[in-house]
Design a protein around this ligand. Structure first.
Ligand SMILES: [Zn+2]
Length: 306
């Protein structure tokens, strides 16, 4: 018996009802091409450790950000259970621990006005402190994986508008990427064009706030266990370095066959030369937890860039 939208009380979502529907992503890390190999491996081990901690449940408390606009926690891990009298709301932070219920899934247990209450884990996101340094600004080494989200307040400092020529959508839907990424992708798409291959960008930078609406909308539609839209903080699109690519044909937008189309093939062959890598492949699916997305590329720079 799974959790589906029928078993989610409507009051959870009263204040979260807008946004667009679009596939989003949680993220892998191992794309850090610029660091020495050893350092990358160390970094990965850290991530795995974090993952184990999180999935096996942990005793220590952690900071979590509430995602819905307003939500009343339960008194126990049963959707039929009584609700607390108090509510919590985005962007409040709670300190709590993960608990697991075989029937209803993962929850966060925390204290609210002296009372022990719980919220489905799908309605919170782990809080990442923004570093004092500019730790997310170096392209290719931004830290983001399936258990360590970006700080929700993170916005790249150098977002630049993509030339409308490469935008799949009209100018009402301008697209932004970090300055270096705009420059590089425009050069790449121009080279494709000279070879008779016409590629467009259908998604670029997305703020954590936008991702939050997309996420809650999808949860509202498909239930707490939906896995097609990432929680805010877990989308590579927040980095301003990730793009979703398509051809001129609307059918090619978010097409699982994109890598078999001539546009997708050209990109697969040429992207690495420009410093773009495919984030979600069949090979890393288990590690990333994401279905392969042949249209999604992340710019990490080239190895000898510096
Ligand atoms: Zn994408």
């Amino acid at each position: 018996m799974g959790i589906n939208h029928k078993s989610i009380p409507f009051h959870l979502f009263l204040t979260t009802l807008f946004g667009l529907s679009m596939a989003g992503h949680v993220f892998p890390d191992p794309l850090d091409h610029k660091r020495p190999l050893d350092e990358r491996i160390d970094n990965k081990d850290e991530h795995y450790q974090h993952y184990r901690q999180e999935t096996t449940g942990q005793t220590e408390n952690d900071q979590w950000i509430i995602l819905p606009g307003k939500v009343r926690p339960y008194r126990n891990t049963d959707f039929e259970a009584e609700l607390s009298d108090r509510s919590v709301a985005y962007p409040e932070t709670i300190e709590g621990r993960i608990i697991h219920d075989d029937k209803t899934g993962d929850w966060i247990e925390f204290e609210l006005d002296g009372e022990h209450v719980v919220l489905p884990r799908a309605l919170v996101v782990r809080k990442t402190e923004s570093g004092e340094d500019d730790s997310y600004s170096e392209i290719g080494s931004e830290r983001l994986d399936r258990n360590i989200p970006l700080p929700l307040e993170y916005v790249p400092g150098d977002l630049t508008r993509l030339n409308q020529k490469w935008n799949f959508h009209g100018s009402d839907y301008s697209k932004y990427l970090r300055a270096e990424v705009v420059q590089t992708i425009e050069a790449m798409l121009e080279e494709a064009r000279r070879n008779g291959i016409h590629i467009r960008v259908f998604s670029a930078y997305r703020s954590s706030e936008k991702q939050r609406y997309l996420y809650l909308k999808q949860v509202e539609k498909k239930g707490l266990r939906q896995n097609s839209v990432a929680k805010p903080g877990y989308s590579e699109h927040q980095l301003g370095t990730a793009v979703d690519l398509c051809g001129l044909d609307p059918e090619s937008v978010a097409s699982f066959d994109f890598d078999r189309a001539k546009e997708g093939q050209w990109i697969a062959d040429n992207a690495p030369r420009f410093g773009f890598v495919r984030s979600y492949t069949r090979e890393n699916q288990e590690e990333t937890g994401i279905t392969p997305e042949p249209w999604h590329y992340r710019y990490v720079g080239t190895v000898d860039r510096e």
